[in-house]
Design a protein around this ligand. Structure first.
Ligand code: ZN
Length: 319
């Protein structure tokens, strides 16, 4: 059930201070470098462009971004988020994604701890670390693409689903069948919601992208995590919607938060891709909340569910 169970691992704190600190700095830098690549994914996958060619260039003036201006986080801060050639500003999203991936890599590293007692547990933990990184970086990419384009690329959700199942079956993960079942249950449950919306309202109640995303989350976390993921995603989406409405009421900046599906449909082409202008109102996609809940389930899900079950148990039994 718990992919983060360190197994033979020992807490980092038991390692000599210098080594533990050095390894953690390494884990953060490693993640930030991947964050730099995830920025390319977020920018290019929705355009259908190659991830490796051409090399990064300024969107405003076309100047090539040199390697020393492409150092994660550091370059953004040194250039104050501007192009060295033309001075036009870059979105803080670039640095945010690099920071986020660095922090997630470090958090995974700390959770998996450093196993001692032979080479094999060390190699297992390293693979587990890499495997779960593909999960969290995939969720980061999906979040920012869905926020901007209101769709989730299959390359990432289906690709992630495959990686999730492959890892669960080839790595020493407890109960790999839970992960196969997780992918099926995730696709099945939201697929049913989608189908009911289609039959009853003749409209998509939610995107098929969300169905594939929940299948990917189920593949990585196993089916037991799914009730928490759905619940946490729904609650947080509701809170965000309420906050956005309060913001609208206070500033009058947008007439309303949600669009009728007809209004929304006008902004999508036949293949369901977002293709035209920004809607007048703000639409909040569900994908980022599923992704957020997936990360929460990875780090806290088991504990939170366990604590809740214990509380309910105590209340019912009066113990
Ligand atoms: Zn420029």
């Amino acid at each position: 059930m718990d992919p983060l169970d360190p197994g033979a691992g020992v807490p980092l704190g038991e390692l000599a201070g210098g080594i533990a600190l050095g390894l953690q700095i390494y884990a953060f830098v490693w993640g930030a470098v991947w964050g730099s690549f995830i920025n390319v994914v977020i920018h290019r996958v929705p355009l259908g462009a190659s991830l490796v060619h051409p090399p990064s260039a300024c969107a405003a003036c076309g100047a090539r971004i040199r390697w020393f201006d492409n150092i994660p986080i550091v370059s953004y801060l040194a250039l104050r988020g501007r192009c060295r050639a033309c001075g036009s500003g870059y979105s803080p999203r670039y640095m945010l994604v690099e920071l986020l991936c660095g922090v997630l890599s470090l958090a995974l590293f700390r959770a998996l701890a450093v196993p001692i007692g032979g080479l094999d547990p060390l190699i297992d933990a390293a693979w587990q670390w890499l495997w779960l990184q593909t999960f969290v970086y995939g969720l980061v990419a999906i979040t920012f693409i869905d926020l901007e384009h209101l769709y989730i690329p299959d390359e990432i959700s289906i690709g992630g689903l495959m990686l999730g199942l492959a890892g669960a079956h080839f790595l020493p993960v407890e109960a790999p069948q839970d992960h196969t079942l997780g992918a099926l249950a995730g696709a099945g449950f939201l697929g049913l919601v989608w189908a009911v919306g289609w039959v009853v309202y003749r409209r998509e109640a939610m995107g098929l992208g969300d169905v594939k995303l929940l299948a990917m989350i189920g593949a990585f976390l196993g089916w037991r995590a799914l009730p928490f993921v759905l619940f946490a995603a729904a609650v947080q989406a509701l809170i965000a919607t309420l906050l956005a409405r309060l913001y609208t009421a206070a500033t009058g900046k947008a007439a309303g938060l949600t669009l009728s599906t007809a209004e929304l449909d006008a902004h999508f082409d036949e293949e369901g891709r977002y293709d035209e202008g920004l809607p007048e109102h703000t639409a909040i996609p569900f994908g980022p909340f599923l992704a957020l809940a997936g990360i929460e389930a990875l780090f806290f899900g088991g504990d939170l569910l366990w604590a809740a079950a214990e509380a309910i148990n105590r209340a019912l039994l009066g113990q």
